[in-house]
Ligand binder design. Sequence first.
Ligand SMILES: Cc1cc2nc3c(=O)[nH]c(=O)nc-3n(C[C@H](O)[C@H](O)[C@H](O)COP(=O)(O)O)c2cc1C
Length: 207
Amino acid sequence: MFYEPRNQDHGLPKNPFNSLVIPRPVGWISSVDRDGVFNLAPYSFFNAVCYRPPTVMFSAGASSADDRFKDTSRNVETTGEFVCNLATWELKEQMNLSSATLPPKTDEIALAGLTPIGATLVKAPRIAEAPVQLECKYLKTVLIPGWDNGDEYKVIFGEVIGIHIDDAIITETGLIDVAKMMPIGRLGYNDYARVDASSTFTMERPK
Ligand SMILES: Cc1cc2nc3c(=O)[nH]c(=O)nc-3n(C[C@H](O)[C@H](O)[C@H](O)COP(=O)(O)O)c2cc1C
């Protein structure tokens, strides 16, 4: 089949695009607003985009509830900081809970029963339960215009200025033990993948 997304004529019960660029890592972004209220939400339009300096991005849409941008993007643009926590198999339920559409002054960290702990270089909290936390400094926003008025995305870039790794997920030879960490990836719809020992393989790159 072939379809042009702008015509929305794929003829399928659900938009297939969400399930075509997969698996997507889940950036679980914690931030704080001007008044010190914590915020946490998952973003799967998320990725690392370069090594030096290590840089990540996530893309926040206008909220369908009242056509405003999401709390995370507002907090990051206001305070200039955020933390990206790794979403894992063990934390999947809490991750899902933190995606609920809630009023701005709701602390999703408390709502999900998670533990906020201080970061080293930024004011945004870290999630103690997450085995990896990236402390980020806001770099810039790229606005992606939508097809309709008010339907737009803010792609937010941040430089990773501090990295916390749980020693328990570092192997004896000093590598990250991905199978132990068990990150989850988004497959579109409400589906996810788990990375574990049975789902990884190694390949040498050609010379
Ligand atoms: C796994 C997962 C991934 C998500 N990815 C995104 C995303 O990339 N962009 C987005 O705008 N919303 C995404 N959402 C929805 C947001 O998490 C949700 O709208 C949340 O309430 C936003 O919270 P905030 O307003 O506190 O930032 C995702 C939800 C889930 C469960």
